[in-house]
Design a protein around this ligand. Structure first.
Ligand SMILES: *Cc1c(COP(=O)(O)O)cnc(C)c1O
Length: 400
């Protein structure tokens, strides 16, 4: 019996945690998506900062094709050349010594938080277990990660939560000074809060956090799940700041669409993930790592990073002009190709609907925080696609 699959099928067969857009996506190419009715959409979402080279990139397809004929997965009972090559490539392009692979952002944070707790337990004793995190932060949906994240609505209603987690205001040095102590084992933050509304950590704040973490022997973890892999203009966003954290986590763009995550740390910390303390069946598969190695080499190239800066400049210039012409934009926050747009307060309740009407007119956008419009396109999006997309946004802004 044949059953026609439509958008309606979602409501029949899927657990209702998501409310996907009204169309059914069939195909993607570069920065464009196509639905089952043949409609074409400009994609400013790139799978939420995942498809960093766009949809069905030729080189990525070639690697998937070749590698899938060699080896897809063997588990961590065995190692393989692709996993080791990606690990080496990540180490060569950052300030860290060791890598642990997982399959997603939340798993990377889960592993980083467990590593920080284990390090403190081994080196200082069990009293040192407190984690400091920030309001509006987002670290994923597994239970430890979601409880560390700064939005209660995501973690409430699932029973007893992991203990010793404190949430304080972001970019607030005074509160941070009062909150950190010798009992703090880790501080975790996003260099640019993504889900929270595209809010960047100030340099002064980061310098203070770094120095107090060092003073109190607390590990500083940067969640680079969204900001990593060229998103903010360097391979990792910490490379745009005056500090070096002790641990970073990476995922989203790392294999341009294949599921992968990574935790990076220095040797003295990494050694506390000793035999048997953590694990993952799928983590660091040969297939995902083969693509990851290509992506990290591609994105860390100076010319590629320079081109991200040019695309950033075009977005900012054009958005500023749109702000002037429409008078409806109150703030533009852009870090590389992670861009947040706020509309004037009176229009804020209309943002969800604005995003819907943009979609029906061929432009796909994200939201973040309190009705911020978020743009996170493929890192290689073309100039004319940027301009075409922003023209649709301007038209729809004028209509609200
Ligand atoms: C998306 C995101 C996560 C969660 O990643 P998943 O792959 O969905 O588990 C964690 N942290 C940040 C900063 C993110 O943007």
């Amino acid at each position: 019996m044949s059953h026609k699959i439509t958008r309606q099928t979602f409501d029949e067969v899927m657990m209702p945690v998501y409310t996907p857009f009204d169309m059914l996506i069939k195909r993607g190419k570069g920065s464009y998506l196509y639905d089952d009715k043949g409609n074409k959409y400009i994609d400013f979402t790139s799978g939420i900062a995942v498809n960093c080279l766009g949809h069905c990139n030729k080189e990525v397809l070639d690697i998937i094709n070749e590698q899938s004929k060699q080896l897809i997965h063997v588990s961590n009972l065995f190692t393989n050349d692709k996993t080791l090559s990606l690990a080496k490539c990540l180490i060569d392009n950052t300030d860290f010594d060791k890598v642990f692979f997982v399959n997603s952002g939340t798993e990377a944070n889960e592993a980083a938080l467990k590593l920080a707790r284990r390090y403190a337990h081994d080196v200082y004793g069990d009293f040192k277990n407190e984690i400091i995190s920030f309001n509006q932060s987002f670290h994923g949906r597994t239970f430890f990660s979601v409880c560390v994240g700064g939005q209660d609505k995501y973690s409430d209603g699932f029973g007893p939560k992991p203990q010793a987690i404190t949430h304080i205001p972001f970019n607030d040095i005074k509160t941070f000074e009062k909150s950190i102590s010798d009992k703090t084992c880790a501080v975790i933050l996003e260099v640019v809060q993504g889900e929270g509304g595209i809010i960047k950590a100030n340099d002064d704040f980061l310098l203070k956090v770094r120095s107090l973490c060092t003073k109190h022997n607390a590990l500083l973890i940067f969640d680079e799940v969204q900001t990593g892999i060229g998103r903010t203009g360097k391979l990792y966003a910490y490379q745009t700041t005056p500090v070096i954290p002790d641990i970073i986590t990476s995922a989203k763009g790392l294999a341009s669409g294949l599921p992968i995550g990574a935790v990076l740390a220095k040797d003295d910390v990494a050694s506390h993930f000793s035999k048997g303390t953590h694990g993952s069946t799928f983590g660091g598969s040969a297939l995902a790592c083969a693509v990851g190695e290509y992506i990290v080499n591609k994105v860390s190239n100076k010319n590629f990073l320079r081109a991200i800066k040019m695309r950033h400049d075009l977005f900012v210039e054009t958005l500023n002009a749109i702000a002037k012409r429409t008078g409806k934009i109150s703030d533009i926050r852009a870090y590389g190709l992670l861009i947040g747009i706020n509309v004037k307060d009176s229009l804020k309740p209309k943002v969800p609907n604005l995003i819907k009407t943009c979609a029906s007119h061929g432009l796909l956008l994200l939201s973040a925080g309190h009705n911020t419009i978020r743009i996170a396109p493929a890192l290689n999006i073309k100039t004319h696609t940027i301009l075409d997309g922003l023209a649709i946004l301007e038209k729809e802004l004028n209509a609200v």
